[in-house]
Write a protein that binds this ligand. Structure first.
Ligand SMILES: Cc1cc2nc3c(=O)[nH]c(=O)nc-3n(C[C@H](O)[C@H](O)[C@H](O)COP(=O)(O)OP(=O)(O)OC[C@H]3O[C@@H](n4cnc5c(N)ncnc54)[C@H](O)[C@@H]3O)c2cc1C
Length: 378
């Protein structure tokens, strides 16, 4: 039997996540927007609320609550600040390769400090020559005795300047078809975070470039098997990366609908609230339909993921639908607000900017369609 209801624990967790977002994140949104980076106080609060521990199993210091809980947390945090949710989503993407492909020693070494939020994480794949096509990357490694030497640059990396532990993808200098994943640590000689992007939306999280100049790592830093790095990073992006973007998109959709309902009830035209106008009601109904449909797609994919089954195709459908729906909802919300929607004082103008930044991360809508078409044709 299919059960479409959340458990009592999940409902309690949603309530706690909502309170956390409203009390700890909302007061700092304006500061983060202006600074163009995440607030240290918000990162500390996320760690104290154990938001970094959700997907980490208990033996490694985590809560082991799984991916449905993570989706709930991201949805609630994104409803207040999609940038904060993005920081948290890519944090989980950063630890996933260690969780799924790390050796016991790597898990023991990294996961407890990551789960507690003592260290922050990211995954860095994208480069100027390799976004939708990760095989186009130029960051390379070569063997030197038992060590590897890494050279190259990454761009558009979330948490670039705050991450302490990073999973990166590199190409064998002597075999352009072989890719390997490595765990790097902040402070390794030759490794630095360089340029920080000035994004139009999701301003309250850091996105930037990383540079590797003769970074020497021991074989203990190699993740999984040499030459199998694409599998490591693509598996994490397919399930956890896409899933995280779905959570971010759902929060934006919910925020747009709530703001639109409130404004349309308060705005009086022709002697009555604009919520009584059929065109406004039609927009509100469309937003609600998309939000409900998006939630079904999202939580179905999470249920599959929590059973340990492959979920990347289901997340491709959910990512396409919810990120497109978030952009549509944000445009409708701005429209409903009339001229006020174009003013910074109204959050809907931020939702519009944020919604458009949801698109490329973890794969564009075009790429989701390529994946979905491959799925139906296979
Ligand atoms: C805010 C933000 C945060 C990000 N965070 C990270 C991160 O933490 N780590 C990380 O590694 N990366 C990150 N990225 C990078 C993101 O994964 C890439 O931007 C994305 O994969 C697209 O790559 P690209 O930007 O190079 O675009 P391109 O690949 O150059 O795409 C350009 C256009 O071509 C289209 N296109 C490409 N291939 C096809 C195809 N086969 N069929 C049809 N159309 C196609 C695309 O849809 C797009 O419209 C982030 C990006 C953003 C914007």
């Amino acid at each position: 039997m299919i059960d479409f209801t959340f458990t009592e624990e999940q409902e309690m967790f949603r309530k706690a996540a909502r309170e956390f977002a409203e009390n700890q994140v909302a007061p700092r949104v304006a500061e983060m927007e202006a600074a163009g980076k995440v607030s240290e106080a918000v990162v500390r609060a996320l760690a104290e609320a154990e938001m970094m521990a959700l997907t980490v199993p208990e033996p490694f210091g985590g809560l082991g609550l799984g991916y449905t809980a993570r989706m709930i947390a991201l949805e609630e945090i994104s409803r207040i600040s999609v940038a904060t949710a993005m920081m948290l989503q890519v944090f989980a993407l950063g630890i996933e390769p260690i969780l799924k492909f790390g050796s016991e020693a790597q898990k023991q070494k990294y996961l407890p400090d990551l789960a507690s939020g003592k260290r922050l994480a990211t995954t860095a794949v994208t480069e100027a020559t390799g976004g939708s096509d990760p095989t186009g990357i130029r960051t390379s490694y070569r063997k030197d005795g038992d060590d590897y030497i890494i050279n190259g640059r990454k761009c558009f990396i979330t948490n670039s300047h705050i991450a302490d532990t990073l999973t990166i993808l590199a190409k064998d200098e002597n075999d352009p078809k072989a890719f390997s994943a490595f765990i790097l640590e902040k402070g390794m000689p030759g490794f630095k975070a360089t340029h920080e992007e000035n994004k139009v939306g999701m301003r309250g999280c850091n996105t930037g470039e990383l540079a590797f100049e003769d970074v020497r790592v021991s074989k203990e830093q190699l993740l999984f098997t040499e030459g199998k790095g694409l599998r490591v990073t693509m598996a994490a992006i397919g399930d956890v990366g896409r899933g995280g973007m779905v959570g971010c998109a759902l929060g934006v959709q919910a925020a747009c609908l709530e703001a639109s309902v409130k404004f349309s009830r308060e705005r009086i035209l022709y002697g009555k609230p604009i919520s009584q106008l059929p065109t406004i009601q039609s927009k509100l109904a469309e937003m609600k339909i998309d939000l409900e449909a998006g939630r079904l797609l999202a939580y179905r994919a999470c249920a599959i993921q929590d059973k340990g089954q492959p979920s990347s195709n289901e997340f491709a459908v959910a990512k396409y639908f919810t990120t497109e729906a978030a952009q549509k909802a944000a445009k409708m919300a701005v429209d409903i607000h009339g001229g006020y929607g174009c003013m910074q004082e109204y959050a809907v103008s931020r939702y519009l900017r944020d919604a458009f930044v949801l698109g490329p991360s973890a794969g564009t809508s075009d790429i989701m369609k390529v994946i979905i078409a491959r799925w139906v044709l296979s």
